[in-house]
Design a binder for this molecule. Structure first.
Ligand SMILES: [Zn+2]
Length: 412
């Protein structure tokens, strides 16, 4: 422990990382009109309904043994080292709209983002054993985590802020690039999240500098994040927009704020004025602390969509396990787009029917999962010959249109 930090400060910071991490100890939220018993029920109904339908979707069982097991599908193969790749030229070169890197925050444990390692350890480490975990593409992707995986993930999130994570040390830029090359992903949007830790966390700057140093601005587009309770958030947004960075990641459950809170309106107004796209984490994933669930309920996203018609929003994970309500609410607004990450293949096919394939964008949430898991679902959902147009839009066209060339002006 650094001597400049006393024991009390250390404990406060440790618990704040746990509370802001993607999954901490379970704690109960207060009930109010912001979060009701029906909201709790809806999440368990989604889980139960999805499980009941396994094997009954249009494609039948979609269980593979590890990410490597995806080589059973026509678009993938294994190389001589047993690594998954796609050499299928008919698959459009994709843009991954939702990606991250390994993190080092708070005590800033050593993490060299420029270092290549032999293999990547994804948070869902499905190729860890030689047989591979049972990877079910039919349901919401985090349903593949076992209890043991979730414990490992929580420990790893703390490690990324305190003693350093051997898992995060494999979630580096060269490792992401080699997976992108293997999966025909041409560009990825990296989304840092401002955690607002009192000791400071600057993923936006770290990632931008590293990507620029490695001269990878044309393949890795780094967005930015501000903390919703930071007094200078609007100025920060202005500075980033001036530097040409036009995607703002906001995460209601990690940053613990309501998207429709009055205090957010000035930030949205400025983003609208400057042509910044807001990339929200959307809906409940179901593996975060329950106390953060109220922030991500679909109805709390409606006010910004309605009041800022010229501000473009991406709803991450297409609303995650709240997808049904999120879609019902957000599809009314032409300024809402969705990244498809996480949705099971059956649901993805339904979303394509609902939208005609418009407004959906490929996202992977790397390094949580292998890029191939999300890619396989899009390819499966669009395998009919009449769907090639839709496939191109989801994998590439819509992101290109939405994000445009604004990234190209990013200055190091
Ligand atoms: Zn994410």
């Amino acid at each position: 422990m650094p001597s400049s930090i006393n024991r009390r400060q250390f404990l406060i910071a440790t618990s704040s990382i746990a509370a802001t991490s993607f999954a901490g100890c379970s704690d109960s939220p207060q009930f109010s009109d912001r979060y009701t018993l029906q909201d709790v029920d809806r999440l368990s109904q989604q889980r139960e309904g999805e499980t009941r339908q396994f094997g009954k979707g249009p494609l039948g069982d979609q269980i593979y043994l590890g990410y490597k097991g995806l080589a059973e599908l026509p678009w993938f193969e294994l190389d001589e080292k047993g690594r998954l790749y796609s050499a299928d030229d008919s698959v459009p070169m994709a843009i991954d709209s939702h990606c991250h890197l390994g993190m080092s925050v708070f005590l800033k444990p050593e993490l060299d983002l420029a270092k290549k390692s032999r293999s990547v350890r994804h948070i869902l480490d499905c190729d860890k054993s030689s047989i591979g975990c049972e990877l079910n593409l039919e349901g919401y992707i985090n349903g593949n985590f076992t209890e043991h995986d979730l414990i490992t993930m929580r420990r790893d999130m703390l490690a990324q802020g305190l003693w350093g994570s051997s898992i995060a040390r494999t979630q580096t830029i060269p490792n992401l690039l080699s997976e992108m090359d293997a999966m025909r992903v041409e560009e990825a949007v990296l989304l840092p999240i401002k955690l607002g830790l009192w000791a400071g966390d600057n993923l936006t700057e770290n990632w931008r500098v590293k990507v620029a140093q490695m001269q990878l601005n044309s393949r890795l587009r780094v967005g930015f994040s501000v903390h919703p309770r930071d007094e200078s958030r609007v100025e920060q947004l202005r500075d980033y927009a001036k530097a040409g960075i036009k995607i703002l990641k906001l995460h209601p459950t990690v940053q613990r704020f309501y998207p429709d809170d009055e205090s957010m309106m000035a930030l949205y107004a400025e983003a609208e004025k400057l042509g910044v796209v807001i990339f929200f984490h959307g809906g409940r994933a179901g593996i975060e602390p329950e106390s953060s669930h109220p922030f991500a309920l679909p109805r709390h996203y409606e006010r910004p969509l309605a009041e800022f018609p010229n501000l473009r929003f991406v709803i991450g994970h297409a609303g995650a396990r709240d997808n049904e309500a999120m879609f019902k609410m957000a599809l009314k607004y032409p300024n809402a787009w969705f990244d498809t990450h996480g949705q099971g293949v059956t649901r993805l096919m339904e979303l394509i029917k609902l939208t005609g394939g418009e407004r959906l964008m490929f996202g992977t949430d790397w390094p949580f999962y292998h890029l191939g898991a999300s890619l396989a679902k899009v390819l499966l959902a669009t395998q009919d010959s009449g769907m090639l147009d839709v496939r191109e839009k989801i994998l590439r066209g819509t992101a290109k249109e939405l994000f445009g060339d604004s990234f190209n002006s990013v200055r190091p």
